[in-house]
Design a protein around this ligand. Structure first.
Ligand SMILES: Cc1cc2nc3c(=O)[nH]c(=O)nc-3n(C[C@H](O)[C@H](O)[C@H](O)COP(=O)(O)OP(=O)(O)OC[C@H]3O[C@@H](n4cnc5c(N)ncnc54)[C@H](O)[C@@H]3O)c2cc1C
Length: 467
Protein backbone atom coordinates (compact mmCIF):
# COMPACT_ATOMS: atom_id res chain seq x y z
CA UNK A 1 0.00 0.00 0.00
CA UNK A 2 1.36 3.48 -0.87
CA UNK A 3 1.53 6.25 1.78
CA UNK A 4 -1.28 8.05 -0.11
CA UNK A 5 -3.53 4.96 0.08
CA UNK A 6 -2.75 4.62 3.79
CA UNK A 7 -3.62 8.26 4.47
CA UNK A 8 -6.88 7.89 2.49
CA UNK A 9 -7.89 5.00 4.76
CA UNK A 10 -6.89 6.99 7.88
CA UNK A 11 -8.98 9.93 6.68
CA UNK A 12 -12.01 7.81 5.73
CA UNK A 13 -11.95 6.39 9.24
CA UNK A 14 -11.48 9.78 10.91
CA UNK A 15 -13.83 11.94 8.81
CA UNK A 16 -16.28 9.40 7.37
CA UNK A 17 -16.33 8.14 3.75
CA UNK A 18 -18.67 10.89 2.49
CA UNK A 19 -15.91 13.51 2.97
CA UNK A 20 -13.16 11.51 1.26
CA UNK A 21 -13.03 10.75 -2.48
CA UNK A 22 -10.71 8.11 -3.94
CA UNK A 23 -12.53 7.26 -7.19
CA UNK A 24 -10.12 8.49 -9.94
CA UNK A 25 -13.03 9.74 -12.08
CA UNK A 26 -14.24 11.95 -9.23
CA UNK A 27 -10.73 12.98 -8.13
CA UNK A 28 -9.88 14.05 -11.71
CA UNK A 29 -12.07 17.16 -11.30
CA UNK A 30 -9.64 18.37 -8.58
CA UNK A 31 -6.40 17.93 -10.54
CA UNK A 32 -5.99 21.48 -11.79
CA UNK A 33 -7.05 25.11 -11.60
CA UNK A 34 -7.89 27.48 -14.48
CA UNK A 35 -4.31 27.58 -15.77
CA UNK A 36 -2.74 25.25 -18.28
CA UNK A 37 -0.16 23.99 -15.76
CA UNK A 38 0.41 20.24 -16.23
CA UNK A 39 -1.27 18.12 -13.55
CA UNK A 40 -1.72 14.59 -12.22
CA UNK A 41 -4.97 13.11 -10.88
CA UNK A 42 -4.83 13.18 -7.05
CA UNK A 43 -5.20 9.78 -5.34
CA UNK A 44 -7.46 11.31 -2.67
CA UNK A 45 -9.64 14.40 -2.18
CA UNK A 46 -10.90 15.54 1.23
CA UNK A 47 -14.03 17.68 1.05
CA UNK A 48 -13.66 19.34 4.45
CA UNK A 49 -16.82 20.52 6.18
CA UNK A 50 -15.30 21.83 9.41
CA UNK A 51 -12.06 23.42 10.60
CA UNK A 52 -11.44 20.19 12.55
CA UNK A 53 -11.57 18.22 9.24
CA UNK A 54 -8.90 20.52 7.81
CA UNK A 55 -6.64 20.20 10.85
CA UNK A 56 -7.07 16.39 10.95
CA UNK A 57 -6.20 16.11 7.23
CA UNK A 58 -3.00 18.13 7.62
CA UNK A 59 -1.92 16.14 10.68
CA UNK A 60 -2.58 12.81 8.90
CA UNK A 61 -0.62 13.92 5.80
CA UNK A 62 2.25 15.13 7.98
CA UNK A 63 2.40 11.83 9.88
CA UNK A 64 2.32 9.71 6.70
CA UNK A 65 4.64 12.03 4.73
CA UNK A 66 2.06 12.66 2.00
CA UNK A 67 1.91 16.01 0.10
CA UNK A 68 -1.31 18.02 0.43
CA UNK A 69 -2.72 20.70 -1.91
CA UNK A 70 -5.20 23.22 -0.42
CA UNK A 71 -7.98 24.24 -2.75
CA UNK A 72 -10.82 26.74 -2.86
CA UNK A 73 -12.88 26.99 -6.07
CA UNK A 74 -9.98 26.21 -8.44
CA UNK A 75 -10.23 29.52 -10.37
CA UNK A 76 -6.51 30.30 -9.89
CA UNK A 77 -4.45 31.27 -12.94
CA UNK A 78 -0.94 30.11 -12.04
CA UNK A 79 -1.38 26.45 -11.07
CA UNK A 80 -1.48 27.18 -7.30
CA UNK A 81 -4.13 24.51 -6.69
CA UNK A 82 -2.84 22.24 -9.47
CA UNK A 83 -1.63 18.80 -8.36
CA UNK A 84 1.88 18.30 -9.70
CA UNK A 85 2.88 15.23 -7.63
CA UNK A 86 0.48 12.61 -6.18
CA UNK A 87 -1.10 14.47 -3.24
CA UNK A 88 -4.20 14.70 -1.10
CA UNK A 89 -6.33 17.64 -2.32
CA UNK A 90 -7.87 19.52 0.60
CA UNK A 91 -11.04 21.19 -0.69
CA UNK A 92 -12.07 24.05 1.61
CA UNK A 93 -15.00 25.31 -0.47
CA UNK A 94 -17.58 23.74 1.86
CA UNK A 95 -16.37 25.79 4.84
CA UNK A 96 -18.97 28.24 3.69
CA UNK A 97 -21.11 30.80 5.36
CA UNK A 98 -21.24 34.21 6.93
CA UNK A 99 -20.61 33.79 10.65
CA UNK A 100 -20.94 37.38 11.81
CA UNK A 101 -21.49 40.92 10.56
CA UNK A 102 -20.53 43.45 13.22
CA UNK A 103 -22.07 46.65 11.88
CA UNK A 104 -20.89 48.89 14.69
CA UNK A 105 -17.24 47.95 14.15
CA UNK A 106 -17.32 47.32 10.38
CA UNK A 107 -16.16 43.70 10.60
CA UNK A 108 -17.37 40.43 9.01
CA UNK A 109 -16.28 36.89 9.87
CA UNK A 110 -16.72 34.29 7.13
CA UNK A 111 -15.88 30.66 6.44
CA UNK A 112 -12.88 30.36 4.09
CA UNK A 113 -15.11 28.65 1.51
CA UNK A 114 -17.57 31.53 1.21
CA UNK A 115 -17.86 32.82 -2.35
CA UNK A 116 -16.57 36.40 -2.62
CA UNK A 117 -19.68 37.49 -4.54
CA UNK A 118 -21.90 36.10 -1.77
CA UNK A 119 -19.97 38.20 0.78
CA UNK A 120 -20.43 41.30 -1.41
CA UNK A 121 -24.18 40.71 -1.63
CA UNK A 122 -24.57 39.98 2.08
CA UNK A 123 -22.76 43.09 3.34
CA UNK A 124 -24.23 45.38 0.68
CA UNK A 125 -27.72 44.45 1.90
CA UNK A 126 -26.62 46.08 5.19
CA UNK A 127 -25.26 49.21 3.49
CA UNK A 128 -21.66 47.99 3.97
CA UNK A 129 -18.89 47.40 1.46
CA UNK A 130 -16.13 44.80 1.00
CA UNK A 131 -14.23 46.36 -1.93
CA UNK A 132 -11.85 43.62 -3.25
CA UNK A 133 -13.58 42.39 -6.41
CA UNK A 134 -11.69 39.76 -8.40
CA UNK A 135 -13.60 39.34 -11.63
CA UNK A 136 -14.12 35.70 -10.63
CA UNK A 137 -16.05 36.84 -7.51
CA UNK A 138 -19.10 34.79 -8.42
CA UNK A 139 -17.06 31.55 -8.25
CA UNK A 140 -13.91 32.04 -6.15
CA UNK A 141 -13.67 31.61 -2.36
CA UNK A 142 -12.42 34.04 0.29
CA UNK A 143 -9.76 31.50 1.34
CA UNK A 144 -8.42 31.43 -2.24
CA UNK A 145 -8.50 35.25 -2.35
CA UNK A 146 -6.47 35.44 0.86
CA UNK A 147 -3.99 32.82 -0.39
CA UNK A 148 -3.45 34.78 -3.64
CA UNK A 149 -3.87 38.27 -2.16
CA UNK A 150 -6.48 38.79 -4.88
CA UNK A 151 -7.06 42.20 -6.38
CA UNK A 152 -9.52 43.31 -9.05
CA UNK A 153 -10.61 46.52 -10.76
CA UNK A 154 -11.41 48.41 -7.56
CA UNK A 155 -7.88 47.96 -6.13
CA UNK A 156 -6.75 51.28 -7.64
CA UNK A 157 -8.77 53.12 -4.98
CA UNK A 158 -9.40 50.52 -2.28
CA UNK A 159 -6.36 48.25 -2.34
CA UNK A 160 -6.17 44.45 -2.48
CA UNK A 161 -7.31 41.61 -0.19
CA UNK A 162 -4.37 42.18 2.21
CA UNK A 163 -5.68 45.68 2.97
CA UNK A 164 -8.99 44.23 4.20
CA UNK A 165 -8.01 41.09 6.16
CA UNK A 166 -7.75 41.60 9.91
CA UNK A 167 -7.58 38.03 11.16
CA UNK A 168 -7.34 34.41 10.06
CA UNK A 169 -8.05 31.04 11.57
CA UNK A 170 -5.45 28.80 10.03
CA UNK A 171 -4.67 25.07 10.31
CA UNK A 172 -0.99 24.12 10.25
CA UNK A 173 0.80 20.90 9.30
CA UNK A 174 1.02 19.65 12.90
CA UNK A 175 -2.77 19.80 13.12
CA UNK A 176 -2.85 22.97 15.25
CA UNK A 177 -5.69 25.40 14.58
CA UNK A 178 -4.21 28.87 15.20
CA UNK A 179 -5.94 32.28 15.48
CA UNK A 180 -3.80 34.90 13.70
CA UNK A 181 -4.41 38.65 13.81
CA UNK A 182 -7.23 40.55 15.45
CA UNK A 183 -10.67 42.14 15.05
CA UNK A 184 -9.64 45.71 15.84
CA UNK A 185 -8.83 48.48 13.36
CA UNK A 186 -5.28 48.80 14.71
CA UNK A 187 -2.89 46.29 16.30
CA UNK A 188 0.87 45.64 16.39
CA UNK A 189 1.10 42.67 18.73
CA UNK A 190 3.97 40.39 17.71
CA UNK A 191 4.94 39.66 14.13
CA UNK A 192 2.37 40.40 11.43
CA UNK A 193 1.63 36.76 10.65
CA UNK A 194 -1.59 37.72 8.86
CA UNK A 195 0.48 39.84 6.48
CA UNK A 196 2.74 36.84 5.88
CA UNK A 197 -0.10 34.36 5.37
CA UNK A 198 -1.96 36.63 2.92
CA UNK A 199 -0.46 35.78 -0.46
CA UNK A 200 1.25 32.59 0.79
CA UNK A 201 -0.43 30.53 -1.98
CA UNK A 202 -1.37 27.59 0.24
CA UNK A 203 2.26 26.89 1.19
CA UNK A 204 2.25 27.92 4.88
CA UNK A 205 -1.14 26.91 6.28
CA UNK A 206 -4.78 26.32 5.37
CA UNK A 207 -7.34 29.02 6.21
CA UNK A 208 -10.62 27.95 7.74
CA UNK A 209 -12.05 31.34 8.73
CA UNK A 210 -11.38 34.91 7.58
CA UNK A 211 -12.10 38.16 9.48
CA UNK A 212 -12.38 41.16 7.16
CA UNK A 213 -12.79 44.88 7.56
CA UNK A 214 -15.79 46.60 5.95
CA UNK A 215 -16.55 50.19 5.04
CA UNK A 216 -19.69 52.13 4.11
CA UNK A 217 -21.21 51.29 0.72
CA UNK A 218 -20.76 54.31 -1.60
CA UNK A 219 -24.13 55.71 -2.62
CA UNK A 220 -23.04 57.53 -5.78
CA UNK A 221 -21.31 55.72 -8.67
CA UNK A 222 -20.59 57.06 -12.15
CA UNK A 223 -18.88 55.41 -15.12
CA UNK A 224 -16.91 56.83 -18.04
CA UNK A 225 -16.12 54.90 -21.20
CA UNK A 226 -13.24 56.46 -23.14
CA UNK A 227 -12.40 55.10 -26.59
CA UNK A 228 -8.93 55.43 -28.13
CA UNK A 229 -7.32 54.78 -31.49
CA UNK A 230 -4.81 52.41 -29.89
CA UNK A 231 -3.79 50.91 -26.54
CA UNK A 232 -0.58 52.96 -26.17
CA UNK A 233 -2.68 56.16 -26.26
CA UNK A 234 -5.03 54.65 -23.64
CA UNK A 235 -1.99 53.83 -21.47
CA UNK A 236 -0.79 57.43 -21.71
CA UNK A 237 -4.22 58.67 -20.65
CA UNK A 238 -4.05 56.50 -17.50
CA UNK A 239 -0.90 58.33 -16.39
CA UNK A 240 -2.40 61.71 -17.35
CA UNK A 241 -5.59 61.04 -15.40
CA UNK A 242 -3.79 59.91 -12.24
CA UNK A 243 -1.42 62.88 -12.47
CA UNK A 244 -4.42 65.21 -12.00
CA UNK A 245 -4.94 63.73 -8.53
CA UNK A 246 -8.16 61.98 -9.60
CA UNK A 247 -9.09 58.93 -7.48
CA UNK A 248 -11.31 56.73 -9.66
CA UNK A 249 -12.23 53.38 -8.14
CA UNK A 250 -11.50 51.56 -11.42
CA UNK A 251 -9.37 52.30 -14.48
CA UNK A 252 -9.58 49.24 -16.69
CA UNK A 253 -7.77 49.14 -20.03
CA UNK A 254 -8.83 47.02 -23.02
CA UNK A 255 -6.79 46.70 -26.21
CA UNK A 256 -8.33 46.31 -29.69
CA UNK A 257 -8.69 42.49 -29.52
CA UNK A 258 -10.30 42.69 -26.08
CA UNK A 259 -12.73 45.40 -27.30
CA UNK A 260 -13.61 43.08 -30.16
CA UNK A 261 -14.15 40.14 -27.80
CA UNK A 262 -16.45 42.25 -25.63
CA UNK A 263 -18.42 43.41 -28.66
CA UNK A 264 -18.79 39.80 -29.80
CA UNK A 265 -20.47 39.06 -26.45
CA UNK A 266 -22.61 42.20 -26.45
CA UNK A 267 -22.32 44.58 -29.46
CA UNK A 268 -23.98 47.40 -27.49
CA UNK A 269 -21.19 47.85 -24.94
CA UNK A 270 -18.53 49.45 -27.14
CA UNK A 271 -18.49 51.30 -30.47
CA UNK A 272 -17.45 49.30 -33.53
CA UNK A 273 -13.76 49.56 -34.47
CA UNK A 274 -12.55 50.75 -31.04
CA UNK A 275 -8.75 50.56 -31.01
CA UNK A 276 -8.69 50.53 -27.20
CA UNK A 277 -10.86 51.63 -24.30
CA UNK A 278 -10.64 52.75 -20.70
CA UNK A 279 -13.50 51.83 -18.40
CA UNK A 280 -13.38 54.32 -15.55
CA UNK A 281 -15.58 54.29 -12.47
CA UNK A 282 -15.84 56.89 -9.71
CA UNK A 283 -17.69 56.60 -6.44
CA UNK A 284 -18.47 58.49 -3.26
CA UNK A 285 -21.37 59.75 -1.18
CA UNK A 286 -22.12 63.07 -2.85
CA UNK A 287 -23.92 62.59 -6.18
CA UNK A 288 -23.02 66.05 -7.55
CA UNK A 289 -19.34 65.77 -6.58
CA UNK A 290 -19.03 62.31 -8.19
CA UNK A 291 -20.76 63.62 -11.33
CA UNK A 292 -18.24 66.47 -11.51
CA UNK A 293 -15.32 64.03 -11.08
CA UNK A 294 -16.72 61.83 -13.87
CA UNK A 295 -17.03 64.82 -16.20
CA UNK A 296 -13.44 65.85 -15.41
CA UNK A 297 -12.18 62.28 -16.01
CA UNK A 298 -13.85 62.25 -19.44
CA UNK A 299 -12.38 65.66 -20.32
CA UNK A 300 -8.94 64.52 -19.19
CA UNK A 301 -9.14 61.42 -21.44
CA UNK A 302 -10.13 63.55 -24.46
CA UNK A 303 -7.28 65.98 -23.74
CA UNK A 304 -4.94 62.97 -23.54
CA UNK A 305 -6.03 61.73 -26.97
CA UNK A 306 -9.32 59.80 -26.56
CA UNK A 307 -11.48 59.64 -29.68
CA UNK A 308 -14.54 59.91 -27.45
CA UNK A 309 -15.51 59.82 -23.79
CA UNK A 310 -19.01 58.83 -22.87
CA UNK A 311 -20.46 59.09 -19.38
CA UNK A 312 -22.32 55.92 -18.40
CA UNK A 313 -24.84 57.28 -15.91
CA UNK A 314 -27.40 54.51 -16.23
CA UNK A 315 -26.59 51.59 -13.83
CA UNK A 316 -27.95 49.11 -16.44
CA UNK A 317 -25.39 50.37 -18.98
CA UNK A 318 -22.56 49.94 -16.48
CA UNK A 319 -23.85 46.51 -15.49
CA UNK A 320 -23.87 45.37 -19.15
CA UNK A 321 -20.28 46.55 -19.58
CA UNK A 322 -19.05 44.75 -16.45
CA UNK A 323 -20.97 41.58 -17.35
CA UNK A 324 -18.87 41.13 -20.50
CA UNK A 325 -15.68 42.40 -18.82
CA UNK A 326 -16.05 39.69 -16.13
CA UNK A 327 -16.04 36.90 -18.68
CA UNK A 328 -13.28 38.44 -20.83
CA UNK A 329 -10.70 35.83 -19.87
CA UNK A 330 -12.95 32.88 -20.68
CA UNK A 331 -14.08 34.54 -23.94
CA UNK A 332 -10.43 34.96 -24.99
CA UNK A 333 -9.81 31.29 -24.17
CA UNK A 334 -12.43 30.33 -26.76
CA UNK A 335 -10.40 32.12 -29.47
CA UNK A 336 -7.49 29.64 -29.52
CA UNK A 337 -6.60 26.11 -28.53
CA UNK A 338 -4.20 27.38 -25.82
CA UNK A 339 -4.08 30.47 -23.65
CA UNK A 340 -1.73 31.68 -20.95
CA UNK A 341 -2.41 34.82 -18.97
CA UNK A 342 0.48 36.83 -17.55
CA UNK A 343 -0.22 39.29 -14.76
CA UNK A 344 2.66 41.74 -14.79
CA UNK A 345 2.75 45.13 -13.05
CA UNK A 346 4.77 48.23 -13.91
CA UNK A 347 4.83 51.66 -12.27
CA UNK A 348 1.65 53.42 -13.41
CA UNK A 349 3.47 55.94 -15.55
CA UNK A 350 5.07 53.08 -17.54
CA UNK A 351 1.82 51.42 -18.69
CA UNK A 352 2.02 52.94 -22.20
CA UNK A 353 5.68 51.92 -22.55
CA UNK A 354 4.93 48.33 -21.50
CA UNK A 355 2.06 48.12 -24.01
CA UNK A 356 4.34 49.44 -26.77
CA UNK A 357 6.92 46.76 -25.89
CA UNK A 358 4.22 44.04 -25.85
CA UNK A 359 3.19 45.10 -29.35
CA UNK A 360 6.81 44.73 -30.56
CA UNK A 361 7.19 41.31 -28.89
CA UNK A 362 3.88 40.07 -30.35
CA UNK A 363 4.88 41.20 -33.86
CA UNK A 364 8.43 39.82 -33.71
CA UNK A 365 7.49 36.47 -32.14
CA UNK A 366 4.27 36.21 -34.19
CA UNK A 367 2.16 35.46 -31.11
CA UNK A 368 -1.32 36.92 -30.53
CA UNK A 369 -1.05 38.85 -27.23
CA UNK A 370 -4.36 40.48 -26.25
CA UNK A 371 -3.86 42.80 -23.29
CA UNK A 372 -6.29 44.14 -20.74
CA UNK A 373 -6.29 44.81 -17.03
CA UNK A 374 -6.24 47.05 -14.05
CA UNK A 375 -4.19 49.80 -15.67
CA UNK A 376 -4.76 52.25 -12.81
CA UNK A 377 -2.51 49.96 -10.74
CA UNK A 378 -0.12 49.36 -13.65
CA UNK A 379 -1.35 45.73 -13.59
CA UNK A 380 -1.85 44.26 -17.08
CA UNK A 381 -3.07 40.79 -18.01
CA UNK A 382 -1.02 40.09 -21.10
CA UNK A 383 -2.47 36.95 -22.70
CA UNK A 384 -0.76 34.63 -25.15
CA UNK A 385 -2.95 32.68 -27.56
CA UNK A 386 -1.78 29.86 -29.80
CA UNK A 387 -3.16 26.81 -31.59
CA UNK A 388 -0.31 24.54 -32.71
CA UNK A 389 2.45 22.75 -30.79
CA UNK A 390 5.15 24.10 -33.12
CA UNK A 391 4.27 27.63 -31.90
CA UNK A 392 5.31 26.82 -28.29
CA UNK A 393 8.97 27.94 -28.59
CA UNK A 394 7.83 31.35 -29.84
CA UNK A 395 5.28 31.62 -27.00
CA UNK A 396 8.01 30.69 -24.54
CA UNK A 397 10.30 33.41 -25.94
CA UNK A 398 7.48 35.95 -25.86
CA UNK A 399 6.85 35.22 -22.15
CA UNK A 400 10.54 35.61 -21.32
CA UNK A 401 10.77 38.86 -23.26
CA UNK A 402 7.64 40.16 -21.52
CA UNK A 403 9.15 39.42 -18.12
CA UNK A 404 12.44 41.07 -19.13
CA UNK A 405 10.55 44.16 -20.30
CA UNK A 406 8.54 44.30 -17.08
CA UNK A 407 11.60 44.05 -14.86
CA UNK A 408 13.47 46.55 -17.03
CA UNK A 409 10.62 49.02 -16.34
CA UNK A 410 11.03 48.31 -12.58
CA UNK A 411 7.92 46.19 -12.49
CA UNK A 412 7.03 42.87 -10.89
CA UNK A 413 6.03 39.40 -12.10
CA UNK A 414 2.58 39.23 -10.56
CA UNK A 415 0.03 41.76 -9.39
CA UNK A 416 -2.66 39.40 -8.16
CA UNK A 417 -2.48 35.87 -9.59
CA UNK A 418 0.56 34.77 -7.60
CA UNK A 419 3.57 32.73 -8.65
CA UNK A 420 2.12 29.18 -8.44
CA UNK A 421 3.97 26.75 -10.67
CA UNK A 422 3.83 28.74 -13.90
CA UNK A 423 5.92 31.70 -12.71
CA UNK A 424 8.11 29.83 -10.24
CA UNK A 425 10.98 29.48 -12.76
CA UNK A 426 11.14 33.28 -13.00
CA UNK A 427 11.14 34.14 -9.29
CA UNK A 428 14.94 34.41 -9.32
CA UNK A 429 14.76 36.87 -12.23
CA UNK A 430 13.14 39.37 -9.85
CA UNK A 431 14.33 38.43 -6.36
CA UNK A 432 17.89 37.99 -5.10
CA UNK A 433 19.20 34.64 -3.76
CA UNK A 434 19.31 35.94 -0.16
CA UNK A 435 15.63 36.86 -0.21
CA UNK A 436 14.62 33.55 -1.79
CA UNK A 437 16.72 31.62 0.76
CA UNK A 438 15.09 33.58 3.62
CA UNK A 439 11.62 32.79 2.28
CA UNK A 440 12.52 29.09 1.97
CA UNK A 441 13.53 29.14 5.67
CA UNK A 442 10.17 30.73 6.57
CA UNK A 443 8.45 27.93 4.61
CA UNK A 444 10.43 25.32 6.59
CA UNK A 445 9.37 26.89 9.91
CA UNK A 446 5.69 26.38 8.96
CA UNK A 447 6.11 23.09 7.09
CA UNK A 448 9.36 21.32 8.10
CA UNK A 449 8.79 18.33 5.78
CA UNK A 450 7.90 20.45 2.74
CA UNK A 451 4.57 18.66 2.22
CA UNK A 452 2.19 21.65 1.94
CA UNK A 453 1.58 22.58 -1.70
CA UNK A 454 5.03 21.46 -2.90
CA UNK A 455 6.52 22.95 -6.06
CA UNK A 456 4.59 26.22 -5.71
CA UNK A 457 6.36 29.61 -5.60
CA UNK A 458 9.81 28.01 -5.34
CA UNK A 459 10.97 25.84 -8.21
CA UNK A 460 14.12 24.13 -9.33
CA UNK A 461 13.08 24.10 -12.99
CA UNK A 462 13.99 26.83 -15.44
CA UNK A 463 11.21 26.30 -17.96
CA UNK A 464 7.75 27.84 -18.06
CA UNK A 465 5.76 24.65 -17.65
CA UNK A 466 2.61 25.93 -19.34
CA UNK A 467 3.98 25.65 -22.85
C1 LIG B 1 -12.59 34.57 -15.10
C2 LIG B 1 -11.55 34.83 -14.04
C3 LIG B 1 -11.34 36.12 -13.63
C4 LIG B 1 -10.37 36.39 -12.63
N1 LIG B 1 -10.20 37.68 -12.23
C5 LIG B 1 -9.34 37.96 -11.22
C6 LIG B 1 -9.17 39.30 -10.77
O1 LIG B 1 -9.77 40.25 -11.27
N2 LIG B 1 -8.31 39.50 -9.74
C7 LIG B 1 -7.62 38.47 -9.14
O2 LIG B 1 -6.88 38.71 -8.20
N3 LIG B 1 -7.75 37.20 -9.58
C8 LIG B 1 -8.59 36.91 -10.58
N4 LIG B 1 -8.75 35.61 -11.02
C9 LIG B 1 -7.91 34.54 -10.42
C10 LIG B 1 -8.58 33.76 -9.25
O3 LIG B 1 -9.98 33.81 -9.31
C11 LIG B 1 -8.09 34.26 -7.91
O4 LIG B 1 -6.69 33.96 -7.77
C12 LIG B 1 -8.81 33.69 -6.69
O5 LIG B 1 -8.36 34.34 -5.54
C13 LIG B 1 -8.63 32.19 -6.52
O6 LIG B 1 -9.59 31.71 -5.59
P1 LIG B 1 -10.02 30.18 -5.56
O7 LIG B 1 -10.96 30.00 -4.43
O8 LIG B 1 -10.52 29.76 -6.89
O9 LIG B 1 -8.63 29.49 -5.24
P2 LIG B 1 -7.93 28.22 -5.91
O10 LIG B 1 -7.71 28.43 -7.36
O11 LIG B 1 -8.65 26.99 -5.50
O12 LIG B 1 -6.53 28.28 -5.15
C14 LIG B 1 -5.65 29.36 -5.35
C15 LIG B 1 -4.48 29.24 -4.36
O13 LIG B 1 -4.95 29.39 -3.05
C16 LIG B 1 -4.65 28.25 -2.24
N5 LIG B 1 -5.81 28.08 -1.38
C17 LIG B 1 -7.10 27.95 -1.75
N6 LIG B 1 -7.89 27.87 -0.66
C18 LIG B 1 -7.07 27.95 0.42
C19 LIG B 1 -7.29 27.93 1.82
N7 LIG B 1 -8.50 27.78 2.35
N8 LIG B 1 -6.21 28.05 2.64
C20 LIG B 1 -4.95 28.19 2.13
N9 LIG B 1 -4.70 28.21 0.81
C21 LIG B 1 -5.75 28.09 -0.03
C22 LIG B 1 -4.40 27.14 -3.24
O14 LIG B 1 -3.52 26.16 -2.72
C23 LIG B 1 -3.78 27.89 -4.40
O15 LIG B 1 -2.42 28.08 -4.17
C24 LIG B 1 -9.65 35.32 -12.03
C25 LIG B 1 -9.89 34.01 -12.45
C26 LIG B 1 -10.82 33.76 -13.43
C27 LIG B 1 -11.06 32.32 -13.85
Amino acid sequence: MTPAQRVSLDLERALGPSRVLTDPDLCAAYARDESEAPSVVPPCVVRAETAADVAATLRACDERGVPVVPRGAGTGRTGGATVTVPSVVLDTSRLDGLKDIDRANGVAVVGAGMRTGALHAAVEREGLFYPPDPQSAEWCCLGGNVAENAGGPRAVKYGVTRDWVLGLECAHMDGALVQHGRRTAKGVTGYDTVGLLVGSEGTLGVFTEVTVRLTALPTAVRGVLAVFADAVAAGRAVAALLATGARPRCIELLDAICCDVMRADDPGVLPEGAGAALVIELDGFDEAAVAREAARAGECCVAAGAVSAHEAVDPAERAALWAVRRVMSRALRRRAAHKLSEDVVVPRAQVAELIARVQVIAAQERVVMPTYGHAGDGNLHVNLLWDRDDERPRVHRAIERLIEATLDLRGTLSGEHGIGVLKAPYLAWEQGPELIALQRRVKLAFDPKGLLNPGKIFSDTTSHRGC
